[in-house]
Design a protein around this ligand. Structure first.
Ligand SMILES: Cc1cc2nc3c(=O)[nH]c(=O)nc-3n(C[C@H](O)[C@H](O)[C@H](O)COP(=O)(O)OP(=O)(O)OC[C@H]3O[C@@H](n4cnc5c(N)ncnc54)[C@H](O)[C@@H]3O)c2cc1C
Length: 500
């Protein structure tokens, strides 16, 4: 007799699952697939692009393999370092140069402070701060030291919190260049708990925002907010894919998952692909458990095909970003005139980039691989416009964007770059890779997760839920997968018993 849907559902929840399906092969999907495979499940991972890794990818520029997206990881926790160690890459972990970055304000360049987080200054006595903020701006910032800790404690956005404690000049001149560079969003549009976890608790404990920002910074490895990998973060993707292949994970690249369905015979999930091969009735991938690791809008589209209620939980639109990487021969840059790079204030008129990374000054492994006088510069475009529209630079062709990047780099670095200096260039455009966690983001994430938990054996992971950045994504993914496994009685896979 055929079981009723209820009987099928109850069988799914009581029988220990043996297989899992992961949709999306960015860092979240790769990490999820690995943890599922280590728990002893048969895993299939489906990725729409030809390569895995999502925003942790590589490209060849000037004869060198460089990161095309993420180039570092935050060290506020050891979660990424632990993953790197598990993959046998610990000896490749490296710290960026200590020089720090600069700011480019409406009236020109300034050395940036390095004692806080998110651009929030930890040291309110520095003479640089007076030059950057002006005397009133610095006086207002120092009110942070006198105001009771409850001021700003209920603010939900970074902008409101910093403005309440330190005033507008700190928001616009120090914090906005940072958040626009990293999140493509103004501080007023960012949920404070999502982008600076622990900052409000530290404010309550330490009594001032500057002390809170310093304490978060000191808590990081070697006082540096970030670390990298020799060879670039793309080495992590490569190692994960190799590890998954060795564990027997079925890796399917180049298949855009169009829809999900329940497998009526095997009580699990199947994906429906774009071009089913004629006569091939077998789904390309299936699994009793489902980890949805696609970007936010794709994930909600796919999941709401199974439960319409989820369709109203669409994430905020992703900021679009274009990254222009330039390899130039210009010995004048040997002295790293702007340290590791420059963050641009939103009201700077003579530059269109939102940030520049002097990659060969920041990472020793890049400098060592280049001939004398050669440099790698990464400029990012896609400033948030005041009406939330698309940044006009993104409409430029690759060639036009490279020309603009050469001009912007000259202005930001204070060293004139001529067209003849350009050895090679590449433009990479990211459309769905960044999340913009606006106020109320944690509640929306909780609602979404509550909705997904109604689907049998499913969880959703990725930066759109966990927050931008490898540290947030890896930590959240591992926690979500561990929860899924334990809810389904998978607690002791072969790994736990002594190896794959
Ligand atoms: C330019 C740039 C620079 C960055 N720099 C840093 C940095 O230095 N440090 C840092 O910590 N973070 C950085 N980040 C952020 C970080 O890279 C991301 O937060 C993280 O990589 C996101 O991982 P993810 O797996 O959640 O998403 P993604 O990497 O976006 O992966 C999602 C995957 O799902 C796939 N997919 C989507 N739809 C489907 C479908 N229908 N079927 C199958 N597959 C699908 C996509 O192709 C993609 O591969 C940067 C991001 C960008 C864009």
């Amino acid at each position: 007799m055929t079981p009723t849907p209820d009987q099928q559902e109850s069988a799914t929840t009581t029988r220990r699952p043996r297989s899992a399906l992961v949709v999306g092969g960015g860092i979240a999907g790769l990490v999820a697939a690995r943890d599922l495979a280590m728990a002893g499940l048969r895993v299939s991972l489906v990725e729409s692009r030809p390569q895995f890794g999502g925003a942790v990818g590589s490209h060849m520029v000037g004869g060198m393999v460089l990161d095309s997206g993420a180039e570092s990881f935050a060290t506020r926790t050891d979660v990424v370092a632990r993953l790197i160690e598990e993959l046998g890459l610990a000896d490749r972990i490296c710290l960026p140069a200590q020089d720090g970055s600069w700011l480019y304000l409406a009236d020109g360049p300034r050395p940036g402070g390095r004692s806080g987080v998110l651009g929030i200054p930890g040291d309110l006595d520095s003479s640089e701060l007076r030059k950057t903020l002006g005397s009133y701006g610095r006086w207002r910032a120092r009110q942070d030291l006198r105001r009771p800790a409850r001021i700003g404690a209920t603010a939900t956005t970074v902008g409101d919190l910093v403005r309440a404690r330190m005033g507008s000049a700190v928001v616009e001149k120090l914090v906005a260049p940072f958040t626009l560079g990293v999140y493509s969003a103004h501080p007023k549009d960012l949920d404070v708990d999502s982008v600076a976890p622990g900052l409000r608790e530290a404010l309550r404990e330490k009594g001032s925002l500057s002390a809170a920002a310093s304490s978060l910074r000191e808590a990081t490895r070697a006082g540096q907010n970030v670390a990298g990998l020799r060879g670039g973060m793309n080495v992590l993707t490569e190692a994960l894919v190799k590890d998954l292949a060795a564990r027997g994970v079925k890796l399917v690249a180049g298949y855009d998952v169009l829809a999900l369905d329940r497998d009526p015979r095997r009580e699990g999930w199947i994906v429906l692909q774009r071009e089913p091969r004629v006569g091939d009735k077998t789904a390309i991938a299936r699994g009793e458990l489902l980890v949805m690791a696609a970007d936010g809008s794709s994930a909600v589209r796919l999941l709401s095909g199974m439960d319409r209620e989820l369709s109203h939980l669409q994430p905020d639109p992703s900021p679009k970003v274009a990254l222009a990487t330039l390899v130039v021969d210009r010995p004048g840059l040997n002295e790293a005139p702007r340290g590791t790079g420059v963050l641009v204030a939103p009201n700077a008129q003579d530059v269109r980039a939102k940030a520049l990374t002097h990659a060969s000054a920041k990472w020793q492994w890049i400098a060592e691989a280049l001939p004398a006088g050669r440099h790698v510069l990464r400029l990012s475009y896609g400033r948030a416009t005041s009406d939330g529209g698309a940044s006009p630079e993104l409409a430029l062709t690759d060639e036009q964007l490279v020309t603009l990047a050469m001009r912007d780099a000259s202005t930001l670095l204070g060293v004139r770059l001529e067209p003849g200096d350009l050895v090679d260039a590449d433009v990479v455009r990211w459309e769905q890779a960044l999340s913009r966690p606006s106020a109320g983001h944690p509640q929306r994430v909780a609602d979404l997760r509550e909705g997904v938990s109604r689907l049998p054996g499913a969880v959703a992971v990725g930066a759109w839920l966990a927050g931008t950045g490898l540290a947030s994504v890896v930590e959240d993914t591992r926690a979500q997968v561990a929860g899924l496994l334990s809810r389904h009685g998978v607690t002791d896979g072969p790994e736990a018993q002594g190896g794959p």
